[in-house]
Design a protein around this ligand. Structure first.
Ligand code: C2E
Ligand code: MG
Ligand code: MG
Ligand code: MG
Length: 288
């Protein structure tokens, strides 16, 4: 496969001679190597999901978790999604990868229910390419049914910028998913230039404030935005969650302004499924 990738790298280099440069060649080469080994990785079960707890800010209770994919590479060790998701998106491998993620998350929901954990929502990240697939909603419905998982226990996160690339197509796709009964949220909110008229039309349940707005409490230019997003969300009857919460001060700020939920290293990083289950079973809570 490495040879095949190298062969492709050469032909690609030839066909795009006008753009050729050492650096570009290097990038293309790495990209193709990654593509070849990524498709093998999905097949060979090298992908894993970790789960970052989400906490209700009024009760301190863990009410859900976000599934985050990692690549357990046999030679290079754990690879973070920022390194391979972009390649997966460009090559289309995000479709089989994303299907695996949903399947795995549904399996985790089912396992939690068997442990007696009922009111728990798992979210997965979706890329625009998955959303654009015609059969996506139908396939998702079939997957939920196969696992015997209630649609309302699964949440789909789509970033604001991906939604806003083609807002009308996104609206149609979201409406189909909403009809299935799954929960929808807009990820990295505040970075994607939503027009308010679109925002109002999207049938979503949650907005996730991008972590860049939490910044340092003290340098509070950004916190003004956080506060405005919370108010905007509530005015649109949406729930608001803050991601990337790392400090006591950020937490206090969010509580003061009635943000609904939080996730972040202050409470917990992403955990293995087993560790998450243990945390929920023990009813570990965010302290006051
Ligand atoms: P995201 O969906 O915005 O996920 C949040 C990222 O912030 C995660 O990084 C998480 O580990 C990290 N994070 C959580 N709490 C904190 C904190 O307190 N401080 C800081 N500095 N970071 C925090 P991760 O796991 O590396 O994921 C990065 C991105 O990769 C995700 O951003 C998401 O866009 C993408 N991704 C992850 N899994 C999937 C997947 O299954 N499918 C797709 N399409 N994208 C995925
Ligand atoms: Mg996310
Ligand atoms: Mg995010
Ligand atoms: Mg992100």
């Amino acid at each position: 496969a490495a040879d095949a990738a190298m062969y492709h790298a050469k032909t690609l280099g030839k066909n795009n001679l006008q753009f050729y440069s050492e650096e570009l060649n290097q990038i293309v080469h790495e990209h193709l190597l990654l593509e070849a080994s990524l498709s093998r990785a999905i097949r060979d079960h090298q992908m894993v999901l970790d789960y970052q707890p989400k906490v209700d800010l009024r009760t301190g209770k863990v009410v859900g978790a976000e599934a985050l994919v990692r690549w357990r590479h046999p030679v290079d060790g754990m690879i973070a999604p920022d390194r391979f998701i972009p390649v997966a998106e460009e090559t289309g491998l995000i479709v089989p990868l994303g299907e695996w993620v949903i399947d795995e998350a549904c399996g985790a929901l089912k396992a939690m229910r068997m442990l007696g954990i009922e009111d728990f929502v798992i979210s997965v990240n979706l890329s625009a390419r998955q959303l654009r697939q015609r059969e996506f909603a139908d396939r998702l419905g079939a997957t939920l049914e196969r696992h015997g998982v209630e649609p309302c226990k699964l949440e789909l996160e789509v970033t604001e910028s991906q939604l806003m690339d083609h807002p009308d197509d996104a609206l149609e796709a979201l409406a189909q998913l909403k009809a299935l009964g799954v929960r929808l949220s807009i990820d990295d909110f505040g970075t994607g230039y939503s027009s308010l008229s679109h925002l109002q039309k999207f049938p979503v349940d949650y907005i996730k404030i991008d972590r860049s707005f939490l910044g340092n409490v003290g340098h509070d230019g950004h916190l003004v935005i956080t506060r405005a997003i919370i108010a905007l969300g509530h005015n649109l009857k949406l729930k608001v969650i803050a991601e990337g919460v790392e400090t006591r001060e950020q937490l206090a700020f969010l509580r003061k302004h009635q943000c609904d939920e939080m996730q972040g290293y202050y409470f917990s990083p992403a955990l293995s499924k087993e560790t998450l289950q243990e945390m929920v079973t023990r009813d570990t809570r965010l302290p006051d």
